[in-house]
Design a protein around this ligand. Sequence first.
Ligand SMILES: [Zn+2]
Length: 298
Amino acid sequence: MPELPEVETVRRSLEGLVGRRVVRAEVRSPVLVRYPALAEFLTRVSGRTFTALDRRAKYLLLKLDSGDDLMVHLKMTGRLLQQAPLDPVEPHTHIILHLDDGSELRFADTRKFGGFYLIGQDREGAPPGFRRLGPEPLSEEFTPAYLRQVLGKRKGRIKSLLLNQDIIAGLGNIYADEALFRARIHPGREAASLTPAEIHHMHEVVNQVILESLALGGTSFSSYVDGKGNKGHNVENLRVYGREGQPCVECGDPIARIVIGGRSAHFCPRCQPGRTSRRRNRAVGSAAKSKRAQRRDE
Ligand SMILES: [Zn+2]
């Protein structure tokens, strides 16, 4: 699923939209217009000009001259592409915005989990959770002190808390696993057991993995591409995510995958020794459960 670096890369690649006017909106799958109702969406989008491209966590915010924001959530398999009319329309293209320079902004989504929201300044209609988003990595609010304070009062395992968008917005499975590996913290550790030094290190490596991925244009496993159709190059930079069974870059032991809170966690059992009990280590669960978690992460 696209996380902060991927969505930011899409945003940067679509900067050319600023100043473009929407001549006509073509909605082939009305269900992907999440808010408002289709007729109102079409009226409020048509004839409007993009004034800026913003992003909050994993949400793209395409600002319109009406004051509305066209919010796009890519979810797992969404792709937002600016293409020429003669470029082949890829399968599963559900929404096309025809622009005044003849180009088209196309939204394709194989699994149809993503979608468009047109929201005003009151944010009515925004997806649940949008208002609760916590600070993002690399932001001023994201400090070691913040992380200490927020982790100190939450129960739960560090991996699950890192994925909680109310705590850190924009972080997903890939970068949570990568950050935990670099901090040498077992993903199943109770967050409350982390020392101040470990939290400090955590903070540093979360920023580090996000920065590195941004520099490489994000991580492309299957569907993710930027707004021009280019894949990111961060896959080669991954040390644990998606590397189950392959040798650890530090110690050579095989990378393991377990399920924590319904999500896959990739880690090196030697470099990230666990303090979990035997009972907790059974969190791996059944093969079916593990498969489901893997699917959710793709
Ligand atoms: Zn290792």
